[in-house]
Design a protein around this ligand. Structure first.
Ligand SMILES: [Zn+2]
Length: 144
């Protein structure tokens, strides 16, 4: 699982916003409540585009009710280390129905759309964070 230490090593302090970009979501992926532009880590673009594509082809996009953000410099809830949102490699969805520590309500089919695209789901954690998806790993160095 990707950690804040990995991100710190790769991108530096979150405040530098190294590796961040404003992604223009392609029209064919403009799904439901997803914004047309997302400020995120450039390493998130390919997996997130894949996850959106999976949502569309599976029909699970109907389940996407709210987009609750990506880049946000903050500590992990209840911890001292930085949240992966601090480097823009995590996203939150349907937060109102998947609160931190609460039983997640996302369907397995919806979760699979993200997991198949290279994300880990916070809903599987001991203290569940059902709204949260984060990159499983960073791509090898040398990617464009
Ligand atoms: Zn999150």
């Amino acid at each position: 699982m990707l950690t804040s230490t990995d991100c710190l090593y790769r991108y530096g302090e979150p405040e530098k916003e190294a590796g961040m970009m404003l992604w223009d979501v392609p029209p064919e992926l403009e799904v439901g409540v997803v914004p047309r532009r997302i400020y995120c880590n450039r390493d998130l673009v390919v997996p997130l585009a894949k996850a959106f594509g999976n949502l569309i082809t599976s029909g699970c996009v109907r389940e996407l009710r709210t987009w609750d953000g990506c880049f946000n410099i903050r500590k992990k809830r209840g911890a001292q280390s930085a949240s992966l949102h601090s480097w823009g490699v995590a996203v939150d969805v349907n937060a109102g129905w998947n609160g931190f520590g609460a039983k997640p309500t996302l369907t397995p089919e919806f979760v699979k759309c993200f997991e198949d695209a290279g994300f880990d789901w916070g809903g599987r954690w001991r203290l569940p964070d059902g709204m949260h998806f984060q990159l499983h790993e960073l791509p090898a160095r040398g990617n464009p």
